[in-house]
Write a protein that binds this ligand. Structure first.
Ligand code: UD1
Ligand code: CA
Length: 437
């Protein structure tokens, strides 16, 4: 139990110029999930925070709409114009009047931060009864980060931005991670005293350190061991790097839990995917979103599982198969070249190569369900036009387009009858060339 309540402020108003994108930086995605959502999820998973304020500015409507549709207990606050990180936090001040608790400040562009780290950071603040705790990390190459400045007795006294730093300060390897825990009652006054007389002409959040030190408050830094977690995304190169870091963590954990991954370098699996032991993942598999996959399955090579898949045990998802929002029960095979979307497949179903669940009507924009029950099978190149149900043990002939439900143990075919024209080729050649030479 903490001594005080915690609210959080997530900074997401900046333009993200270096992304060179029409889209706001925080809505760029890793495994289809926006950077902002990673941060909000980590903040909320601490179980310490009852309410978060997201500071929006650049493309505010888009960010606000995303937050409204996808995040709970989040309120967006507009910062316009964007005058710096200090000004951004200050925009939440009217909502925090008389708040006697801690305010956790996090940047919306650091998607690798974990709930465990945030939790121990807040605990550290709480246990030490601090007024201000700043997360720091050590980098051999601290370029672009603000530096943690200490006096002769090693006391943390200020943060200096790289653009304002002296050569001596630039040599400091302890950097500001951009995550703060603020005892709001004692420190909020600092925001009324920020100045913008610095290299960037901005109101820096980092200047609250100096203010708190000058006011004899208890200021401390919390040194984060794993500096990967505070990796900030400023460009698409960094977005790809963060994807790699997150993926490595996710596939390593799965392997430690007993999943066999033949080539972790070409296998991408979202951190929210659970996979059972002894499932074999072959190269070039791409799995995004939240999925549950059982044990003893064989996935890949070249399979794409998009989101919302619940796959049982001993299931085969083969090459060039895409699965989305579908339940697939035990011992079922979807071996090659198929699309299974918004579908429910029973036990021991066999899906022939090139089977498509046609789930989307582009005119009505409605998506419908395909149900395939236990033991049923589809021949190669079948199209199942949803909504449609294939009952137990039914069989779909190859090349069929199924638009109506098929009863149990029934063979359904829409194929045109086979016709043969003997010697047709020979006659054609004679007609056209005057005979076989
Ligand atoms: C900031 C810190 C730096 C730290 C680094 C860690 C300051 C002055 N500097 O620098 O010490 O090492 O983060 O990553 O705080 N934002 C707003 N409104 C604004 C400006 C920024 O909401 O007016 C948001 C951005 O969207 C971003 C975050 O604040 O999510 C950080 O801003 P950014 O410009 O990236 O700061 P850095 O230069 O990285
Ligand atoms: Ca940044």
């Amino acid at each position: 139990m903490l001594n005080k309540k915690v609210k959080s402020i997530i900074l997401a108003a900046g333009k993200g110029t270096r992304m060179k994108s029409d889209m706001p930086k925080v809505l760029h995605t890793i495994f289809n999930k926006p950077l902002l959502k990673y941060v909000i999820d980590a903040v909320q998973a601490t179980d310490y925070i009852d309410e978060s304020y997201v500071i929006v500015g650049h493309e505010a409507e888009l960010v606000e709409k995303y937050a409204k549709d996808n995040c709970e207990n989040v309120k967006c606050i507009l910062q316009y114009p964007q005058l710096g990180t200090g000004d951004a936090v200050n925009k939440a001040a009217p909502y925090l009047k008389d708040f006697d608790g801690y305010v956790l400040v996090v940047c919306g562009d650091t998607p690798l931060i974990t709930a465990e780290t945030l939790k121990s950071f807040i605990n550290f603040h709480d246990i030490n009864d601090a007024d201000l705790t700043v997360m720091s990390a050590i980098f051999d190459n601290p370029r672009n980060y603000g530096r943690i400045i200490r006096d002769k007795s090693n006391k943390f006294t200020a943060i200096v931005e790289e653009k304002d730093a002296t050569a001596e300060q630039k040599a400091v390897k302890e950097i500001n991670a951009g995550i703060y825990c603020i005892n709001w009652k004692t420190v909020s006054e600092a925001f009324n005293n920020l100045q913008n007389n610095n290299a960037q002409g901005e109101y820096y959040l980092t200047d609250i350190v100096k203010w708190a030190v000058n006011n004899n408050l208890h200021v401390q830094s919390y040194i984060l061991e794993n500096n990967e977690e505070i990796f900030g995304i400023n460009s698409k190169v960094q977005l790809a790097q963060a994807t790699k870091i997150l993926n490595k963590k996710s596939v390593t954990k799965l392997m430690e839990d007993g999943v066999q991954i033949v080539d972790p370098d070409t296998t991408f699996i979202s951190p929210e995917t659970q996979i059972g032991a002894d499932t074999l993942i072959l190269p070039n598999v791409y799995i995004t979103g939240k999925n549950i996959i059982g044990s003893h399955c064989k996935i890949g090579p070249f399979s794409h599982i998009r989101d919302g898949a619940v796959i049982g045990n001993n299931v085969r998802i083969g090459n060039f198969v895409e699965v989305k929002k579908s339940v697939i029960k035990d011992n079922t095979n979807v071996s090659h070249l198929s699309y299974i979307g918004d579908a429910q497949l029973g036990n021991r179903v066999n899906i022939g190569a090139g089977t498509i669940t046609a789930n989307y009507n582009p005119i009505t924009k409605v998506k419908s369900k395909t149900i395939i029950k236990d033991g049923a099978n589809t021949g190669s190149n079948s199209v199942l036009v949803a909504p449609v149900t294939i009952e137990e043990m039914a069989s779909i002939g190859a090349g069929s387009v199924i638009t109506k439900d098929v009863e149990a143990y029934t063979l359904a075919l829409t194929r045109a009858p086979l016709r043969k024209f003997q010697n047709w080729v020979k006659l054609k050649i004679e007609q056209l060339t005057g005979g076989i030479k």
